[in-house]
Design a protein around this ligand. Structure first.
Ligand code: AMP
Length: 234
């Protein structure tokens, strides 16, 4: 039996980690473990911890390392991760990276690849802030994938805030943003947080032999997917 395939997907918001995780899942059958999705999933809970997590996410800041590490350990202990997992959005800090190394090592496993989806901060902003979703799950981007969308700017009462960008389908359906993408300032804070806290991890993985692979994530989704396949098939 081949050893489990644990893969990291790194890159700022809007680099396309979610999209590429879907591709890796289809190709290699390993589950997509996104700490952002796990934390967003806490939205339906009413307890104090869930409320704290929502407030931190809405501000674009990071959840504390101990809680995040515990959430990941619980997820990786589930049976569908026996053959590996795609880690998306984790680790984000040196402490989380050290925790993951120790976790895998204790089980006789190791990371196979850390894939860095490289995109400049301005593109990352437009990809994250511009992404909108229809009720049926179809996704669009007001800057890049705006086929058929009408984009209008709604002034806020008394001009208190900058105009709100609203995307509407020909059917009249108003498209929704993910709550943590809705606030331009929070998106900027997330990109800044990435540059400050997560970027140093690139160096950490770069020092570990041939673990780190850089992919130009401004290319089309399919081209990026093929580059990832080439890396993982090696
Ligand atoms: P994402 O969908 O990966 O952009 O994550 C959305 C939000 O969830 C982040 O802005 C953080 O507030 C929180 N989050 C996700 N992953 C982590 C992590 N590894 N460490 C700390 N906070 C995280």
């Amino acid at each position: 039996m081949s050893s489990p395939l644990f893969v990291l997907l790194m890159g700022p918001q809007g680099a396309g980690k979610g999209e590429q995780a879907k591709f890796i899942h289809q190709q290699y059958g390993i589950p997509h473990v996104s700490t952002g999705d796990i934390f967003r999933g806490m939205k339906t809970r009413e307890d104090d911890l869930a409320r704290q997590v929502q407030a931190i996410m809405a501000a674009g800041q990071l959840i504390n390392d101990d809680l995040t590490n515990q959430v990941v350990a619980n997820r990786l202990a589930q049976s569908d991760c026996a053959n590996g997992a795609i880690l998306d959005g984790y680790p984000r800090t040196p402490n989380q990276a050290a925790f993951l190394d120790a976790y895998l090592q204790e089980r006789g496993h190791a990371l196979k690849a850390a894939i860095l989806l490289e995109v400049d901060p301005f593109t990352a902003f437009k990809r994250a802030f511009g992404r909108v979703t229809a009720a049926n799950g179809d996704s669009y981007n007001i800057y890049y994938r705006a086929d058929g969308l009408t984009v209008r700017h709604e002034k806020s009462p008394n001009d208190e805030y900058p105009p709100k960008v609203v995307a509407v389908l020909p059917s009249g359906e108003v498209l929704k943003r993910r709550p943590d993408d809705a606030d331009a300032h929070a998106v900027i804070v997330r990109i800044e947080t990435y540059l400050r806290d997560t970027q140093p991890l690139i160096e950490y993985y770069a020092q570990q032999g041939s673990l780190l692979h850089r992919v130009d994530a401004t290319q089309s989704i399919d081209v990026v997917s093929q580059a990832i396949k080439t890396i993982l098939d090696e």
